[in-house]
Design a protein around this ligand. Sequence first.
Ligand SMILES: [Zn+2]
Length: 155
Amino acid sequence: MKRRPENCPLCTTAAACARHDHPGLIADMGESYAVLAETQGCPGWCVLVLKAHVEHLAELPLERQLGVWRDAARLAAAQRTVLNGRGASDGPVRINYACLGNVEPHVHIHLVPRHGDDPDPTGIPMSWPADRQRGQLSDTQRAELVVRLRLAMGA
Ligand SMILES: [Zn+2]
């Protein structure tokens, strides 16, 4: 079932990012907007939201698909710069990449840092209970993360 863009929450997110009116906006990337996720059960959890409403990554020409993954690589590098050493980690933070589209059929990629103090290190955070997904970060901590990630990206 196709969802019309005017009813798509991620189109709303992309439009707010285009107006620089989204509190989680980290950077305007080539193909996408980098946004700090509402869900911070894994602190530093980010989402890349494709600028246009496209339901399947494979609908994009190959060069644009590669551009989306280029955006992901840049954002992941910033996450590793900002987040390494958090919690009990004894090495670089692991980034989980998820391009699902099952709930919101607008191309987006979750970049989920998995820290040494992860409460469920082998689990899939998208399937955690809502309160665990949401996490404990305050609005101030979220805003600080946005700034740090933005600086790490040179945005
Ligand atoms: Zn959309």
